[in-house]
Ligand binder design. Structure first.
Ligand code: SF4
Ligand code: SF4
Length: 179
């Protein structure tokens, strides 16, 4: 796809859905979720460098513009294949590594998280801070403290998990359930 068409597409998706696209539509997101379900003795929820590594997405966004804008640079097919294999391998122990650290468009869509069609809301009177939602969060954020964070992919796991029904959706679209 031409880079200009790609940018316009990303802007439209960002405005309409924010990172909901990552949580509900992106096939690479679904693939990572399926691989993460594989039973393995080591599953890492979070670690010290995680917050810093998430800035790598900025670097990849710049790289994408540089590579796409320079016709002389052509990525060999093995570069794409090895990247996908690495993501699949890491996804066994870490939830959504591509979305957290690599996806340049995920970063652009994250800006749209500031104005997505659907937002989550935490009812602080119902929330007991039990932490169940944080354990289920695919992006390893703490939903009851960081709801609608730029890293949120609107997967809905926190809403489904909450035993107190403290998390709910709020939308300006008529076909999405309102609180
Ligand atoms: S699962 Fe529900 S009650 Fe528990 S911390 Fe999250 S929002 Fe609060
Ligand atoms: S905060 Fe909730 S909706 Fe957002 S990524 Fe985490 S589990 Fe999914």
């Amino acid at each position: 796809m031409h880079i200009a068409i790609e940018i316009v597409t990303v802007i439209i998706i960002a405005l309409v859905s924010g990172r909901k696209f990552c949580g509900k539509i992106c096939p690479l997101g679904l693939l990572q979720d399926l691989v993460y379900k594989i039973k393995f003795p080591l599953k890492i929820k979070t670690y010290k460098a995680d917050a810093y590594l998430r800035y790598l997405k900025y670097l990849f966004l710049v790289l994408v513009f540089f590579i796409r804008g320079n016709e002389k640079i052509e990525m060999p097919p093995f570069a794409y294949i090895s990247q996908i294999l690495a993501v699949i391998f890491v996804s066994i122990i870490l939830s959504r590594p591509f979305c957290k650290y690599i996806c340049p468009w995920g970063l652009a869509l994250a800006i749209g998280n500031k104005i997505p069609s659907t937002k989550y809301k935490v009812n602080t009177e119902k929330c007991t801070e039990c932490g169940s939602c944080a354990k289920k969060c695919k992006m390893d954020i703490i939903p009851y403290r960081q709801i609608n964070n730029v890293e949120c992919i609107y997967c809905g796991s926190c809403e489904k998990t909450c035993p107190c029904k403290a998390i709910s959706k709020k939308s300006w679209l008529p076909f999405v359930r309102r609180q």
